[in-house]
Design a protein around this ligand. Structure first.
Ligand code: ADP
Ligand code: MG
Length: 264
């Protein structure tokens, strides 16, 4: 279905219940093509749940969420991945004993050629595919993390937090997604590391044409610098949206954040 109104993601009446708990409560929101959208809200407000529904990991209890006009609810994570959605997780999912290369390429395992038997029988084809991935990973790192280019075949466990995050973002980008979901990428990093990672992410957005990003992030200065627009959740409902200036001036947002949140 063609969709030329500039909307990439449209949630309508989207509800996710866990028993008696309503994690997403009749959520309506949209994300426009090419924008960086900040998704904000106190802990437990449903931000990660939205990612889980949008990636097919959870099936919404009711309502809809569409990607470029196509329904996502009911699709498997594999199907949603093939629709062009990639993510990073709040907690790191790297395999520390594997190399940088392996960790990045694993992100695209669903698109790899016909599995291991094929590869054993057709070593030549396997070799070609492997070379293609090496080229692709190099191209990604060149944009995003040139310092890692010389460490492609070293185990991830030896790298700093920020390099590991970069590797996770590259893993998400390896399948050429049109939508990138970042769940608190700065978690556990220092102020300086956070600033560095964010300028890398801006770089990615500049270099990867047409990429749309949804960023869950607590650091408000990061949100201010990097987002075009924000949506604020509280108890699974959208309580505010607009530019950084608009949402931070919104009394409803200030009330929701009163009482503070435990920054993790
Ligand atoms: P956020 O990412 O905004 O901090 P979450 O989306 O992780 O919040 O969680 C929203 C609410 O849903 C929380 O109350 C959380 O405990 C609950 N929740 C999230 N995932 C599950 C799950 N798999 N089972 C039960 N409750 C869940
Ligand atoms: Mg979360």
């Amino acid at each position: 279905m063609m969709n030329d109104n500039g909307v990439l993601v449209q949630a309508h009446d989207l509800t996710m219940r866990f028993g008696g708990l309503v994690a997403l409560d009749r959520l309506d929101m949209q994300v426009f093509k090419g924008e960086v959208l900040g998704l904000l809200g106190p802990n437990g407000s449903g931000k990660t749940t939205f990612f889980n529904v949008l990636t097919g990991l959870y099936r919404a209890s009711s309502g809809h969420v569409t990607l470029d006009g196509q329904e996502v609810v009911g699709k498997s994570p594999q199907e949603v991945y093939r629709m062009g959605v990639a993510r990073t997780f709040q907690r790191s999912r790297l395999s520390l004993s594997l190399t940088v290369f392996d960790n990045i390429v694993i992100g695209d395992y669903q698109n790899m050629h016909r599995g291991i038997v094929f590869n054993l029988l057709r070593r030549r084809a396997f070799r070609q595919e492997y070379e293609r991935y090496v080229e692709k990973v190099r191209a990604l790192l060149k944009i995003f993390s040139p310092a890692l280019l010389d460490h492609l075949f070293e185990a991830v466990g030896t790298f700093t937090m920020i390099d590991r995050r970069r590797i996770e973002v590259c893993r998400a980008l390896i399948g050429d997604p049109s939508l990138l979901l970042l769940d608190e990428p700065s978690a556990g990093m220092t102020h300086d590391e956070t600033a560095e990672l964010m300028s890398d992410i801006l770089q990615v957005r500049e270099k990867v044409t047409g990429l749309t990003v949804i960023l869950i992030e607590h650091e408000m200065n990061v949100i201010e610098r990097i987002t075009d627009r924000c949506v604020v959740l509280n108890f699974g409902q959208k309580i505010s949206e607009g530019t950084y200036a608009q949402i931070t001036a919104d009394p409803i947002v200030q009330t929701a954040y009163l009482g503070g949140e435990d920054d993790q």
